[in-house]
Write a protein that binds this ligand. Structure first.
Ligand SMILES: NC(=O)c1ccc[n+]([C@@H]2O[C@H](COP(=O)([O-])OP(=O)(O)OC[C@H]3O[C@@H](n4cnc5c(N)ncnc54)[C@H](O)[C@@H]3O)[C@@H](O)[C@H]2O)c1
Ligand SMILES: CC(C)[C@H](C(=O)O)[C@@H](O)C(=O)O
Ligand SMILES: [Mg+2]
Length: 354
């Protein structure tokens, strides 16, 4: 099993190193991983003048799965847009056709105290956000900054979805819903946006093939509110690229920290890229304080979705749970009475639990 490892920037290399340790340890299940590293994001720009160097893309194309840390850093913010770290990430998602981004928000009961919400509101929380990842405002043309008729600059982006783009991610959503609670909420803004109007029409059409799934629709502003009012009303949330980006960061805090939320980005053959949903966190980079659990849990998703090794995936998730119940906490999920540890120590605790 070939894995391209792209640590990226900021805390990316720190959290990725812990996930790689877990991958090495899980080889005791009889799995064999060939891992090769390459730069992406700011690291790609520094090494090759490109946030997605050709050699990195080649490696990712040849691999069965990609493990990614995070990209970005203030020092790159003034570069022309195509050279910025975030563009490297968007390009690799597009190149590998990773249109379905799964972002599960699960509360480990031991972390109820770390959640932004009261324990009774989040107890047992288990939501799956299915976010479309290769369309929407992120990729729609035209886009840019131009001078308008009044001689004033204006910025513009295009929210764009074709029927086929909505259809394929809707199928992913319904298929996941069938394996879970058979309940899905499609989130958009059809009261205002034509893109969303079409989204809703297509989702309703695809729904006919999944009569067992209870489908509902919700406007994104209400969904943002409902997520903190009563998050357990949701099982699967299906949504577009920009709304999914925002709602998944919001959902992460229900589980205690953004450092807890993993993700899988899949194409139609379940080739996948696996990354935590958080960014490069420049404010805490290089200090050994970042939470590596989101990245470690992303490795579990890799074993589940790309390599079909459900038992090993469950074993990693159980090891994370065990490290947490033994009291190990990075700063972001620390509460009084637990053991505050660094990034490396948390990785070691998971490996020991494995
Ligand atoms: N997938 C990605 O690579 C990705 C995702 C989001 C943001 N970014 C980039 O990251 C850079 C920083 O963006 P930002 O600050 O808006 O978002 P961020 O997710 O990097 O950080 C937001 C806050 O969460 C904290 N945080 C994030 N991950 C953490 C972890 N594992 N453990 C503990 N705390 C953690 C950070 O310290 C920060 O206070 C930007 O350049 C942005 O474009 C990249
Ligand atoms: C860095 C950025 C391009 C990225 C996104 O918006 O998709 C990030 O926020 C994420 O959630 O993975
Ligand atoms: Mg995001």
């Amino acid at each position: 099993m070939k894995i391209a490892v792209l640590p990226g920037d900021g805390i990316g290399p720190e959290v990725t190193a812990q996930a790689v340790k877990v991958l090495k340890a899980i080889q005791s299940d009889g799995l064999k991983f060939e891992m090769e590293e390459a730069p992406i994001g700011g690291a790609g720009y520094d090494a090759a003048g490109d946030p997605l160097p050709e050699a990195t893309l080649k490696l990712a194309n040849a691999a069965d799965a990609v493990l990614l840390g995070a990209v970005g850093g203030y020092q790159y913010d003034k570069l022309p847009r195509p050279m910025r770290p975030e563009q490297g990430l968007l390009r690799i998602r597009k190149e590998l056709n990773l249109f379905a981004n799964l972002r599960p928000a699960i509360l480990y009961e031991e972390l109820a105290d770390a959640s932004s919400l009261k324990p009774e509101i989040v107890a047992g929380l288990d939501i799956m956000i299915v976010r479309e990842l290769t369309g929407d405002l992120y990729f729609g043309q035209p886009r840019g900054i131009r001078v308008n008729a009044n001689g004033e600059r204006e910025g513009f982006n295009t929210m764009l979805y074709s029927e086929s783009e909505v259809r394929r991610v809707a199928h992913t959503g319904f298929q996941i819903a069938m394996k879970r609670g058979k309940k899905m909420c499609s989130v958009e803004k059809a009261n205002v946006l034509e893109t969303s109007e079409l989204w809703r029409e297509v989702v309703l059409e695809v729904a006919k093939q999944y009569p067992e799934v209870e489908l509902s629709h919700m406007y994104v502003d209400n969904a943002a509110m409902q997520l903190v009012r009563n998050p357990k009303q949701f099982d699967v949330i299906l949504t577009g690229n920009i709304f999914g980006d925002i709602l998944s960061d919001e959902a992460s805090m229900l589980t205690g920290s953004i450092g807890m939320l993993p993700s899988a980005s899949l194409n139609e053959n379940n080739k996948g890229m696996y990354e935590p949903i958080h960014g490069s966190a420049p404010d805490i980079a290089g200090k050994n304080i970042a939470n590596p659990l989101a990245t470690i849990l992303s490795v579990a998703m890799m074993l589940r979705y790309t390599f079909n090794q459900e038992e090993s995936a469950l074993r990693i998730e159980a090891a994370v749970k065990s490290a947490i119940s033994q009291g190990y906490r990075t700063a972001d999920i620390y509460v009084e009475g637990t053991r505050k540890v660094g990034t490396v120590e948390m990785g070691e605790a998971v490996v020991a639990a494995l």
